[in-house]
Design a protein around this ligand. Structure first.
Ligand code: CA2
Length: 144
């Protein structure tokens, strides 16, 4: 069965607790449940992960080579800073979609810069939690 890694970066474990006007009121556990239901209806498996640590995210991306056909990545603030994540995505050669809850292009200038944009299939941002099932659909359309 096709398996996707949905990887979430720093502070996303706090979703639903603060700044709902920017990130929505849905918790990460609720987003995971949404993804599981959506993936099941499409006959695909998901591994849903979150880490506050850049190196751990690099390790998870490397490990994805063994078991995942695609990666959906909300790298959080590392999006705007991490050459290590960019290199990891490029090195594993697994199709990856960049995902953000908020529209990073409509916010502070520093959020417009994404180091990972260069090495991903595309970017989905600004649709809140609904972006996750959209990203699953986009990944499956790419893989099939
Ligand atoms: O919009 C997104 O999904 C982001 O990746 C979220 C990151 C931000 O640094 C990116 O620029 C865009 C931040 C996640 C912080 O999550 C919080 C959750 C609850 C309360 C405060 C922050």
């Amino acid at each position: 069965m096709t398996s996707l890694l949905i990887l979430n970066g720093p502070n996303l474990n706090l979703l639903g607790t603060r700044q709902p006007e920017i990130y929505g009121a849905t918790t990460l556990a609720e987003i995971e449940a949404l993804c599981r239901t959506h993936a099941k209806s499409h006959g695909v498996e998901i591994v849903f992960a979150q880490s506050n640590h850049e190196g751990e995210m690099v390790d998870l991306i490397h490990a994805a080579r063994e078991s995942h056909a695609g990666i959906i990545l909300n790298a959080g603030a590392y999006t705007h800073t991490s050459i290590a994540l960019m290199d990891a995505i490029q090195s594993v050669e697994i199709p990856t979609i960049e995902l953000h809850l908020s529209n990073i292009h409509a916010r502070e200038k520093f959020r417009k810069k994404s180091f990972i944009a260069k090495v991903v299939l595309g970017q989905i941002c600004g649709f809140g939690a609904a972006g996750y099932p959209l990203a699953i659909d986009a990944m499956l359309a790419h893989l099939r």
